[in-house]
Design a protein around this ligand. Structure first.
Ligand code: UDP
Length: 369
């Protein structure tokens, strides 16, 4: 008998397991994948830490979370500064003075602000959707070239049908600063995310390749409480209907050249290019191996966004009214499962960043353990 059965060895599950073990509880972690670390899983290919389920750049302003993760990994000084490629024109991201200069030829913050002021005049009142929010933040030119195509590819929906908050994730700055995040702390764990999660799970019993929902009855009886980090609708057998998710497919290539695109991330912001972005993994570690040697080859991943269907990996919850309401209904059902805590991006159907997942798990631990 265990105190806790933890379903899912991603960040939420790993934090909960680590904290539970540290407070003397007995814990079993199971995961249906053959690996720990969920979507932050990394593995070494050609000497490069390869982000198998998509690029993850750790960033946070939460002191507690930053101290917490630093117990398990050292973080390098990687700063995310993606480049946008719109039909061969390159722009700096996030939206800042370099972007404005390239778009309009303006050279001062005053000129850039005047340009945006003029273009945002078309939006009257509170922005009601992503399109209005984007135009009101950066004007129509930037919306058309750097936001519309990318967003519609990523979400498979018209920008008028998406909530404003998604675009508010990106900073808009009137300084020459290409740092994608406003966070106080940022970096990539040296040695990869998998090693970090391994260290979090040190001494914890982990069973991989175990599908909880297929063996629910067997597993439910071996623990007092269950921490479930899978999809909430799947838990209930989709009884009220499917929640929508976006899934991602990667086309990975090892290339026999040292440098493909000169940056970790290049976003393809037009609607015609079928992928949303290309990640060149070696630049998360400055193109070097752990001994500081230059790596001769490179790995790139083209990222294709698609609507989730049963059997795919869910990545992003789709935050619109229909899904919001359906999630609320599942949440009520979840509240009646007295033994079970639902957590994480899939369990809470929330567009969480890594640090927010960790903060949520630590909070839940304080309340429960
Ligand atoms: N976005 C955009 N153009 C870009 C990058 C992002 O319009 O070149 C928008 C898009 O709507 C996206 C949102 O900003 O869904 C959030 O992007 P972020 O990079 O935070 O997404 P994630 O890294 O979670 O995939």
């Amino acid at each position: 008998m265990y105190d806790y059965l933890i379903v899912g060895a991603g960040l939420y599950g790993a934090v909960f397991a680590q904290q539970a073990k540290a407070s003397g509880k007995s814990v079993l972690v199971i995961d249906k994948r053959p690996n720990i670390a969920g979507n932050v899983y990394t593995e070494k290919v050609e000497g490069i830490q390869f982000h198998k389920y998509g690029a993850h750049i750790f960033h946070t302003s939460n002191e507690e979370v930053w101290k917490y993760v630093n117990q398990f990994a050292m973080f390098n000084r990687f700063t995310n500064a993606p480049v946008a490629n719109y039909k061969g024109e390159l722009y700096s991201l996030p939206f800042n003075m370099y972007t404005f200069n390239k778009m309009w030829g303006v050279t001062t913050p005053q000129e850039a602000m005047a340009k945006i002021q003029e273009q945002r005049a078309e939006i009257i009142g509170e922005p009601r959707n992503l399109e209005e929010q984007a135009i009101s933040l950066v004007g129509r030119d930037i919306y058309e070239k750097l936001i519309k195509g990318y967003t519609e590819k990523q979400w498979g929906r018209d920008c008028k049908e998406l909530p404003p908050f998604i675009i508010k994730r990106l900073p808009v700055r009137f300084t020459f600063d290409n740092n994608y995040f406003n966070a106080l702390y940022q970096g990539i764990p040296v040695g990869g995310y998998t090693r970090m999660v391994e260290r979090m799970l040190e001494g914890v019993e982990v069973r991989l390749n175990v599908d909880y929902l297929l063996h629910k009855d067997t597993y439910d009886v071996i623990a007092d409480r269950v921490i479930y980090t899978g999809a909430i609708d799947a838990y209930f057998g989709y009884r009220l209907g499917y929640l929508e998710y976006r899934s991602v497919r990667f086309e990975n290539e090892v290339l026999d050249i040292p440098n493909y695109q000169g940056n970790a991330a290049v976003n393809y912001t037009d609607l015609e290019t079928p992928w949303t972005r290309i990640i060149e993994h070696k630049w998360f570690e400055f193109g070097k191996d752990e001994q500081g040697n230059d790596l001769p080859k490179t790995i790139i991943s083209r990222e294709f966004s698609s609507e989730w269907k049963p059997g795919d990996e869910p990545y992003y919850p789709v935050n619109d009214d229909r899904n919001g309401k359906l999630f609320e209904a599942y949440k009520e059902m979840a509240a009646r499962e007295e033994k079970v805590i639902f957590g994480g991006r899939l369990g809470e159907y929330k567009y969480y960043d890594m640090d927010q997942v960790i903060a949520a798990a630590l909070k839940k631990c304080r309340e429960t353990l």
